[in-house]
Design a protein around this ligand. Structure first.
Ligand code: CIR
Length: 269
């Protein structure tokens, strides 16, 4: 029987000309080579296309330094998308253009003041949604996500995160029941019922991996953890070393939206 696979859309946005004015929390500022950052970002987009994503590029936002990190502007599940109110004031204007595009694919919810949340703090693992309480994400933000997704059967858990910017620096999903984690930046007890695979301790930033369908995008900066993962997974490597200077990693630069055949056929837009 022929079964049509869900289509994956990858939302991206080009690296802003003002990237050198990006927010930084745990990283010391170093000059970012704009052309090199853009070339690496294009290679990332090409990789997502090769892995079966349809690329949708958001309009450039050169006056917003961190606009390339689209992951922080929305939380997308199969049933809806929540447009975030990012914790950093300088990033709040990024969301409107994302809402215009995501509204073509999902029912939208919003986050109102005083709630704040960055998409980088939200890890979806099957029906479990873990949200890092970080410098960017507060309890009101967690509560708003809970109210939005729990009616669809998701279980939302607020978790502690330390030593890094976002929960997704410390934990990302390998499957619907397993997370790749840096145990030093989370508390294992916050993740009951989920398998936790630790990174190599010599590579603290190695817990950020991007899943696109059955494929994985990963940084070549973590060879020890990669060797361990490659025993069971096929990794596709993309070097984002210039964007790492802006505290970004592979998940930050896209929003992957799954479109089921029913949704595709019934789409109103
Ligand atoms: C920021 O501090 O907001 C950006 N310079 C980096 C955001 C990275 N995003 C992510 O991890 N999801």
């Amino acid at each position: 029987m022929y079964v049509e696979l869900p289509e994956m859309i990858a939302l991206t946005r080009e690296v802003s000309a003002s990237i050198n004015h990006c927010e930084l929390t745990h990283v010391v500022r170093e000059p970012i080579d704009l052309e090199r950052a853009r070339a690496q970002h294009r290679a990332y987009e090409d990789m997502l296309e090769r892995l079966g994503c349809r690329l949708v590029r958001l309009e450039p936002a050169h006056e917003l330094p961190d606009a390339v990190f689209v992951e922080d502007t929305a939380i997308v599940v199969d049933e809806l998308a929540i447009i975030t109110r990012p914790g950093a004031e300088s990033r709040r204007a990024e969301s409107a253009s994302v809402a215009r595009v995501l509204g073509q694919h999902r029912e939208l919810r919003s986050i109102d003041a005083p709630a704040t949340i960055d998409g980088g703090d939200v890890v979806v693992c099957g029906r479990r949604v873990f949200i890092g309480r970080s410098s960017r994400t507060n309890d009101a933000g967690v509560a708003r996500v809970r109210d939005s997704v729990e009616p669809f059967g998701y279980i939302v858990t607020a978790v502690e995160v330390r030593g890094c910017l976002h929960l997704k620096s410390a934990a990302t999903a390998l499957s619907d029941n397993e997370l790749l984690v840096n145990p030093a930046w989370i508390s294992r007890a916050d993740f009951p019922g989920v398998e936790l695979l630790p990174i190599d301790p010599a590579e603290p930033h190695a817990a950020n991996i991007l899943r696109a369908g059955d494929e994985y995008v990963y940084s070549p900066a973590f060879p020890r953890t990669a060797a361990m993962l490659e025993r069971t997974l096929r990794l596709n490597f993309v070097d984002l070393s210039e964007l790492a200077k802006a505290e970004g990693a592979v998940t930050c630069c896209s929003l992957i939206v799954r479109e089921t055949p029913e949704k595709r056929n019934g789409r109103r837009h």
